[in-house]
Design a binder for this molecule. Structure first.
Ligand code: ASP
Ligand code: MG
Length: 414
């Protein structure tokens, strides 16, 4: 008998009809003699509604009370789902995270799970019940309610699956799984049958829409594979697992991108030791997060220094840098607040060369200038003009045959 943890997201339980549909899916798994632990999100839109209520009342709601408020949506879903299960004669019982003992730290709004107690779950499973648990919420050691950050029900599910050593952790959502890139941008994007934890984390900008990134980190730490599936269609979804489990490794798995970027560049800085630290010191004091950094020495023996920040911090960062540039004697500051980052992701890059040149050639042939490049072991990121992002993603996607079904053999490295 397999033990399966299933999580149903907000759109999966968004209406009473959908709750009935989810109940019948669960009952079917139960009939197949599986032990089922279900984690539910709030009904679609409910968490947003609660957040708006709080902010309409006061601009700075007390964090403790805020979590008490926004954790309630999940309690509604869990009770309704149990009622729907009872209506089809499937024994089920719902529990809040405090009833189960999902212990977190006391960082309200983005608490981390420290420990999951399993005794109550196990004893209820022994009675033959389906267990339905409220996602997104936890409890501090002092008994106060916390929440785990937006999308946190995924993390609840993974934490419970890991604590129970479940056979599978299934995340049911409204898409079929993880795609090679965003299908809204590139309709030819293909569903990935399997992807490694590491790739999934690198695909964050796409993946985050499907899975809370913290749940992927947790799953990777506890060796708990996750399967992302659609509630509304019957495909196998995408298995997110460790690299060793992937028999046929693809050279590249997908293309992630983020649009809200800005680039700032200081040119002609007279050389001095430690200038990099001096430039970024004030930026970090202002709590501005830096993403990419590049530096080079010019023929005149001065230094050019370029970095990217999130667009909403652009004007703040630029003001600081203009000041720094004056003090350090830089010849100019250039900036572009309308850039995007495009990242090619694949574990195959670890052992194969030539990936970057195919990518750069595709962009070059499309007439798309690259403004900055960074690489890691399994990722190559470039900064390009935001207006050219869509075409950039498309041509790189094509250059690696990511739009072919079945994916061409040459995209496999083993
Ligand atoms: N209901 C919460 C949210 O909307 C948690 C979740 O759905 O995972 O963020
Ligand atoms: Mg989600």
């Amino acid at each position: 008998m397999a033990l399966i943890v299933q999580k149903y997201g907000g759109s999966s339980v968004g209406t009473l009809d959908r709750i009935h549909h989810v109940a019948s899916k669960i009952a079917e798994h139960k009939r197949n003699k599986h032990d089922i632990v279900v984690v539910v999100s709030a009904m679609y839109g409910e968490t947003d509604r609660l957040i708006h209520l709080a902010h309409a009342l006061t601009p700075h709601p007390d964090p403790r009370e805020f979590d008490v408020l926004i954790s309630t949506g999940e309690q509604v879903s869990m009770a309704l789902l149990c009622m729907a299960l009872h209506a089809i004669y499937c024994p089920a019982r719902s529990f809040t995270s405090s009833q189960i003992g999902i212990q977190t730290d006391d960082v309200y709004n983005k608490a981390r799970i420290l420990n999951v107690k399993t005794d109550r779950i196990k004893s209820e499973l022994q009675k033959g019940h389906v267990i339905v648990i409220a996602g997104f919420q936890g409890i501090t050691q002092h008994g106060d309610i916390t929440t785990l950050g937006r999308g946190g029900s995924d993390t609840t599910a993974v934490a419970i699956a890991a604590a129970l050593r479940a056979d599978e952790c299934q995340i049911y959502t409204d898409v079929d799984g993880v795609y090679t890139t965003d299908p809204h941008l590139v309709p030819e994007a293909q569903l990935l049958p399997i992807i490694s934890f590491e790739e999934m984390l690198e695909m964050a900008s796409l993946g985050a829409k499907v899975l809370q990134m913290r749940s992927v980190e947790l799953a990777s730490k506890h060796n708990m594979p996750i399967r992302v599936l659609s509630t509304f269609s019957s495909g196998p979804g995408t298995l997110v697992t460790f690299e060793d489990k992937i028999m046929h490794k693809r050279l590249v798995s997908g293309i992630a991108f983020s649009q809200e970027e800005a680039i700032i560049s200081l040119a002609g800085i007279p050389k001095q030791i430690g200038l990099e630290g001096l430039i970024l010191d004030k930026i970090s004091q202002a709590y501005i997060e830096i993403d990419m950094i590049a530096q080079n020495t010019t023929a005149q023996d001065t230094v050019d220094f370029t970095f990217t920040v999130q667009r909403r911090e652009h004007s703040k960062a630029l003001k600081i840098i203009e000041d720094v540039a004056k003090k350090m004697g830089a010849t100019s500051v250039k900036t572009n607040a309308k850039v995007a980052k495009l990242s090619l992701v694949g574990i195959g890059m670890r052992s194969h060369t030539g990936v970057a040149s195919v990518m750069f050639k595709a962009l070059g042939e499309a007439g798309i200038p690259i403004q900055m490049i960074t690489t890691s072991e399994i990722k190559i990121s470039v900064v390009i003009d935001e207006a050219q992002l869509e075409r950039g993603v498309r041509v790189v996607h094509q250059a690696f045959n990511l739009d072919q079904r079945p994916v061409l053999a040459e995209n496999y490295i083993e």
